[in-house]
Design a protein. Structure first.
Length: 556
């Protein structure tokens, strides 16, 4: 757990406050014994009572301070942990983050991280409490070594029982978290496809699918509480038996004249302190839960990004792309195999193929959103993996079929990830992407908050295209980025792009014949290999298999 947390400085204040409380617990029995002995001897207990009251007030103030600093330590660790986890997920890149369903990541980011952060103040309390318990046992042994020996012998089976139960509790709670994450992942998927579920009339079936892990979740929860129930009564019974044993030994000492009545009181109070390790049981059980949550967070943080950051090589050029010996595998399947492809600078290359042929994967390789398992991608003769990430981002732009708009306003969404373009650059990008008209109709135009801008699929795509156009770079990858547009809008967009992007390299992943027809050439992918590179019209006329990709669609 400690490998994923950096304990903040405020935890030192929490530790000091807890130490003061524990120290007071060790001093108060001694002062209590002093007061009793003074009274029994007929003396004046004023000074002893004053010292007792002062230590008691100090303990109260320290306990209040410990509560405040404990919360501060917890929230600080949680903030740092979530920042680290979020950054790491993004550094894992496309292939790394795909290993975890969105709902599962949300569970790790929220509840699991919160359990881990809460462990900070609890670990301090447990450490100090157990140390104080050792001090209480030593003080008890000083009063009567026989009582100290009886306590030590009685704690051995108690410690073995607690250790075994804590291990079982961790395992059971880990199973509970796994089932909870499974439900979260299924629910997230269902919410994303809510329209499809409603249109298909499969609501009841989907509810059953989402809640399918619920019986296993309930079983894991019951098993966790069964462990705690068992440990509670077993440890409680052993604690009471140990208390009786020690008090009998001390009482016999009083009867034999070895100890005074005040010492008996002090021994009874020190016994309570020595049994503090048992009182830490709830804390230790919570730490067992936190350990289970921390493992799930740690699993993500242990994942290493599949590609390394680039170097300091600086490149410039017209935007020629080259794929050399490319092989990409995913989920045990070879997606691209032996790809050798040249995209001359300024070319508009269409990428066509059936579903699963590797079209989108090729597009992701072009801007190093993923790295190949074998081979390399070159931009103007320079391998992409030798370039710094910011150079690649500046050189290669993307527009996707289902763009996600990020930022506060439409303007923020269009300029997202780019170097603060001026107002004219954003307006020009809107105009080229055929988004100017509908943006102007929004309540505040480009400054309309995204939350107040209901957008159709085609409007989202046009804003995604505008985002790619703010700083188009040398290469622009359009991954089916016009699939939701009507034919007339797509035609106007093609004309605008032809003029604005003249001389820039464009990689168009096309699913429609009309889109492929507007390219200079088409790379036809079939089962992860390049079957042919030729103009669309030539392939259309000579290759029945190529025409079959587009089904009944006619070339216009």
């Amino acid at each position: 757990m400690s490998t994923i947390m950096r304990v903040p400085a405020v935890s030192v204040a929490k530790a000091l406050a807890t130490v003061v409380v524990a120290g007071s617990a060790l001093v108060l029995p001694l002062l209590s014994a002093r007061v009793v002995d003074v009274i029994l001897d007929g003396g004046e207990p004023g000074a002893a009572l004053l010292a007792f009251a002062a230590v008691l007030v100090l303990a109260m103030l320290a306990e209040m301070g410990g509560e405040v600093t404990g919360v501060l330590a917890e929230t600080t660790v949680l903030s740092r942990l979530r920042h680290r986890l979020m950054g790491h997920v993004f550094r894992l890149g496309v292939p790394g983050s795909r290993q975890y369903p969105v709902g599962d990541l949300v569970a790790r980011f929220t509840a699991n991280a919160a359990f881990t952060a809460k462990a900070v103040p609890y670990r301090i309390e447990a450490a100090v409490g157990i140390t104080a318990a050792v001090g209480g046992w030593l003080a008890l042994s000083v009063i009567d070594w026989r009582a100290g020996a009886a306590f030590a012998l009685g704690t051995v089976p108690l410690l073995v029982l607690i250790r075994r139960r804590l291990h079982t509790s961790t395992s059971r709670f880990a199973e509970y978290l796994e089932q909870l994450a499974a439900i979260s992942a299924r629910l997230t998927d269902a919410l994303a496809g809510s329209r499809t579920i409603r249109a298909s009339g499969t609501l009841d079936r989907e509810v059953r699918r989402v809640l399918e892990p619920l019986p296993a979740l309930a079983a894991s929860g019951r098993a966790t509480w069964d462990v705690r129930r068992a440990v509670s009564w077993q440890v409680g019974l052993a604690q009471h038996g140990l208390t009786v044993l020690v008090l009998v030994v001390v009482g016999l000492g009083v009867a034999a004249g070895r100890t005074s009545p005040g010492d008996f009181l002090a021994a009874a109070l020190y016994l309570t302190v020595a049994l503090g390790f048992v009182q830490q049981l709830d804390t230790l059980l919570f730490l067992a839960d936190a350990r289970a949550g921390a493992r799930r967070v740690h699993d993500v943080l242990l994942e290493r990004p599949r590609f390394q950051a680039g170097g300091d090589v600086v490149t410039d050029g017209p935007g020629a792309l080259a794929f050399r010996g490319i092989r990409v595998c995913a989920n045990g399947r070879t997606v691209l195999d032996g790809i050798d492809l040249d995209v001359p600078a300024g070319t508009v290359l269409g990428v066509v193929g059936r579903s699963g042929s590797g079209k989108s994967t090729l597009g992701l390789l072009a801007g190093r959103l993923i790295d190949p398992d074998e081979g390399e991608v070159l931009l103007d003769g320079v391998p992409l993996h030798t370039l710094a990430p910011e150079q690649v981002r500046a050189a290669v732009g993307y527009a996707f079929d289902k763009p996600v708009l990020l930022g506060g306003t439409i303007r923020d969404a269009i300029s997202f990830g780019r170097s603060l373009p001026d107002r004219h650059a954003v307006e020009r990008a809107c105009r080229l992407a055929q988004a100017e008209d509908f943006v102007r109709r929004l309540p505040r135009g480009l400054d309309t908050p995204l939350a107040e801008a209901p957008l159709s699929g085609g409007e989202l795509q046009r804003l995604g295209l505008a985002r790619a156009m703010v700083e188009p770079g040398r290469v622009l990858v359009l991954d089916d980025a016009t699939s939701s547009l009507d034919t007339a809008t797509e035609a106007r967009l093609a004309v605008a792009f032809t003029g604005a992007l003249s001389g820039r390299t464009r990689l168009l992943i096309a699913h429609r014949a009309i889109t492929a027809a507007r390219t200079d050439a088409v790379a036809w992918l079939d089962h992860g290999r390049v079957r042919a590179v030729a103009p669309h019209s030539q392939l259309w006329e000579t290759e029945p298999d190529y025409r079959a990709i587009f089904g009944a669609e006619k070339l216009s």
